[in-house]
Design a binder for this molecule. Sequence first.
Ligand code: NAP
Length: 290
Amino acid sequence: MDSDPRTVRVGDREILRVGLGGARWSITDPEDDGPAERLLELAIEAGVTYLDTARAYTTRDGEAHNERLLRRVLDRIGAWDDVLVGTKGGHYRADDSFPIDASPASLRRDCERSLGALGRDRIDLYYLHFPDPQVPFAESVGALAELRSEGLVGEVGLCNVTTAQFREALGIVPVAAVQNRMSPYAPVDTPLLALAAERGASFFAYSPLGGTTPPVGADELSPAALDAARERGVTTQTVLLAWLLGHGDHVAVVTGARRPTTLRASLRAVDLGLTVAEHDAIAADLAERW
Ligand SMILES: NC(=O)c1ccc[n+]([C@@H]2O[C@H](COP(=O)([O-])OP(=O)(O)OC[C@H]3O[C@@H](n4cnc5c(N)ncnc54)[C@H](OP(=O)(O)O)[C@@H]3O)[C@@H](O)[C@H]2O)c1
């Protein structure tokens, strides 16, 4: 159990249950980083303490665009101690494709690159971005375990894993966080969430609102979510994020908000506290669509 209902635990750190991911600040090849930098500052001022990045979040021509952007802002406002940065290796950008390469040698190189780009001597949380079908999973995880034992990485995380892969990894290294896609648009992976809770790992739901092109708008998903939003004077998206958080004290969401308005709306989910009846009614509506 987490002591503070607004936070989840990663290692010995408590972080707000709405984190911010910057993939779109980079993979969209922006001409101007100003809006992203301002949003990041605003997010930190507003209490965001988890920042999600990756080697793969970069521009077509740039190396480590997103990690370098984070570093610039965190250096400028002196906020390194206020946030936990999670970055990822084993996946990269090559022009417009995003290959996976999670061999132990590549993961070590990626980790060293990320340390350099972030300007740190230890990465707070380092994830395997994707299991690599060409590399035995245990070898990729073993590489992360080595990086952790050498102190280059504080905590180990896994992205895009099955419950079986998560269980296998737990036999090799303590896993502080699992980050998979989870949104109101698809069934919740209950066994994976349960295993994370049982083993003291936090679960980060990425693309929690279905990303930039969800199949239908949030307002069309669930009459119960619409009602809850009207009653509380918040947006349906806020209610849906609160519904995701309602799946366990160890669940956090990684929002991809790029505007102050949507970021603030997402942050309201932390304190919304849906009732059990509301939660169940939304689940019933969504299940009809899955
Ligand atoms: N581990 C992985 O493999 C993996 C994969 C994908 C993503 N991720 C992480 O997850 C992060 C988020 O992913 P995502 O961008 O797909 O997530 P998302 O938050 O589901 O989608 C972003 C879209 O939702 C909108 N939005 C966000 N919050 C909103 C709100 N409260 N109300 C209305 N609209 C809202 C954004 O609008 P505005 O832009 O207008 O604000 C944007 O169009 C990424 O940056 C990355 O860090 C990880």
